[in-house]
Design a protein around this ligand. Structure first.
Ligand code: UDX
Length: 459
């Protein structure tokens, strides 16, 4: 099928490249010329494992352009995956979505087209996009009012760092539209993902237990709400285990065992029960804020979601509290942070707990040393005021330090030769913000192992 994707950020590019791999003819549009040039050269502008390889394999089905005319005309499906940054009041800024919809409305034609909202948009935005499309279409095609298109929602549930895996082997596909024809078109688009009949790329093998993928085919508003309900639930799960984790520390329980024993109940499920510094990234903060903002428009309160956000923010200040308890004075102390990205395998720094922790420590007068194996360059660009604190080597982070905090559980930190660094430290305090290290082993090596759940688990 002929497909167009507007916006080449994480979601757009992953969607476009995956659909091209699955055999569709995909044109990706972005207004940023430099980005398009880079993509034409086969280089993705974002860091996502295997994206360059999949792009190379699907190159014969992929076109990159800045022209709506070239991408939209004749496409059966047009995905809109433009950014929707948060406004000060928590609701998303829909400026880019509006201008994309206007451009699509002006160019769409040549057969029935499904315009799919892939950006996370407030509930009800589908109808809003539909109205903008129709206005633009009618102005441009004066005598052909009506327009052969319909709007649908197809929320993505992909995690950065596993985006391609999650696109090819999803837990479910959700499509929503108030127009039955668009639901048929989208079911056809995803046919070989739904029945898993494609040949997996050698570098992204199909997980053993993958059967046919369930399809949830529903109305527009329900599909839009599913996205928020799912993300907010995952955020709740993490904040819940962090709340229990703090209690665990107080009563002398081990949160790792508590999470395991709790999550093995199939009704609860073991994923997203990893206690620690909490969630960051582009989705959870934004989506929970937008959910609360949408609800407020309907005079509806969301106390559980608000509490999850508070608990999450508290995990960040807790790092400072734990270090204060241990070091008494933070002013002038040298504190190293391992990891800046909001999670491993990405260079994304949006709402990263590590960045907040760095700023909180600086505000207390500490001297910080920052390290990340992948996100350091992006950090330099996005946080120039903190760039002087970046270290090139781990030796620099540990040398003469009073404490080191593991903020992001990059594999290279977990596999570190920890015996090498303890002797470099002025004070061998190690705060494991992700409960990712072996407390017994580190204690035996001479570290004072701390976590955000008290000293639970430490030898
Ligand atoms: C998330 C959702 O998983 C995805 O479905 C949605 O479409 C976009 O948002 P992403 O932000 O890429 O994806 O990251 P994810 O892997 O979900 O992690 C989010 C944050 O939660 C990270 O900061 C991670 O460190 C944290 N986390 C995750 C925990 O603190 N504990 C856990 O048990 C799991």
């Amino acid at each position: 099928m002929k497909v167009c994707v507007v916006g080449t950020g994480y979601v757009g590019l992953t969607t476009g490249v995956s659909l091209a791999y699955l055999g569709h003819q995909v044109t990706c549009i972005d207004l940023d010329e430099a980005k398009i040039e880079q993509l034409r050269g086969g280089r993705p502008p974002i860091y996502e494992p295997h994206l360059d390889e999949l792009m190379a394999e699907a190159a014969h089905n992929l076109t990159f352009t800045t022209s709506y005319e070239e991408g939209v005309r004749g496409a059966e499906v047009v995905f809109v995956a433009v950014q929707t940054p948060s406004l000060a009041n928590g609701s998303p800024d829909l400026r880019f979505l509006r201008s994309a919809a206007e451009s699509i409305g002006r160019t769409v034609g040549g057969g029935f087209t499904v315009v799919v909202n892939k950006s996370t948009v407030p509930i009800g935005s589908g109808n809003w996009v539909d109205a903008i499309l129709r206005d633009a279409y009618e102005q441009h095609h004066a005598r052909r009012a009506g327009g052969e298109f319909a709007v649908a929602s197809n929320p993505e549930f992909l995690r950065e760092g596993s985006a391609l895996h999650d696109t090819l082997y999803p837990d479910r596909i959700v499509i929503g539209s108030d127009n039955p024809r668009s639901l048929e078109v989208l079911a056809r688009l995803y046919r070989n993902v739904l029945n898993q009949s494609f040949t997996p790329p050698s570098f992204l093998p199909r997980p053993d237990q993958t059967d046919a993928v369930p399809l949830v085919s529903t109305d527009l508003a329900s599909a839009e709400l599913i996205k928020y309900a799912a993300n907010a639930f995952l955020a709740l799960k993490i904040s819940y285990i962090n709340e229990i984790g703090r209690l665990a520390g107080k009563v002398g329980a081990d949160i790792v065992q508590v999470a395991r024993g709790t999550g093995l109940d199939a009704r609860i499920g073991s994923r997203f029960l990893q206690a620690g510094l909490g969630w960051g990234g582009s989705c959870f903060a934004k989506d929970t804020a937008a959910l609360i903002a949408t609800a407020a428009e309907y005079h509806h309160d969301m106390p559980i979601v608000r509490a999850a956000r508070d608990v999450n923010q508290r995990q960040r200040t807790l790092v400072v509290d734990r270090l204060m308890e241990e070091l008494r004075i933070l002013k002038g102390r040298r504190i190293g942070l391992l990891g800046l990205a909001f999670k491993p395998n990405t260079d994304d720094l949006r709402d990263s707990p590590a960045v907040d922790v760095a700023r909180l420590l600086l505000a207390r007068g500490a001297r910080i040393r920052l390290h990340d194996p992948v996100a350091a360059e992006r950090f330099r660009r996005e946080h120039p005021d903190l760039a002087e604190n970046l270290c090139h080597s781990l030796d620099e982070v540990f040398d003469n330090s009073d404490a080191v905090v593991l903020c992001t559980e990059w594999a290279q930190y977990l596999e570190l030769d920890w015996s090498k660094f303890v002797g470099l430290m002025n004070n061998p305090v190690l705060l494991d913000g992700r409960l990712a290290l072996d407390p017994g082993r580190l204690s035996r090596l001479g570290y004072r192992y701390l976590s955000l759940t008290g000293d639970s688990g430490a030898a």
